[in-house]
Design a protein around this ligand. Sequence first.
Ligand code: FES
Length: 137
Amino acid sequence: MESVSRRALLTGACALLLAGTSHVPAVANPAVKKLPGGKLSVKLKDLSALSTDGGAVRIGSIKGAPVGIARIANNKYVALDLRCPHQGATVDKSATGWLCNVHLSEFENDGDLLLGPATTGLKKIPIKVSRGVAVVG
Ligand code: FES
């Protein structure tokens, strides 16, 4: 009988659990507003997840793509397309970054790739911060 690795077993179990629900919908948040043209306006201080370096949160979607913001340093943020570059599942926040629960790719908080099967990091999205408000997209 062929042996099955722990990773393969977990991957299969996760894929079954997540079939049809490959992502968690963003929670409506009054700190996030959709702008004309589809960009998102975000009051950063109103998102407690971004109150410390290393914090990150999903803020909504742009043109159907799930989007998150991560605080990488004091007053430095990145916006990320949360679709896994492997096969497009939505990644979730993990303790230290982002995790794709379908095949267990892992990403740093800033979206850089930590562990495949994905071969690239999360796609970065333009973000401009002024007076505590980020415009993403
Ligand atoms: S879809 Fe395969 S690791 Fe994310």
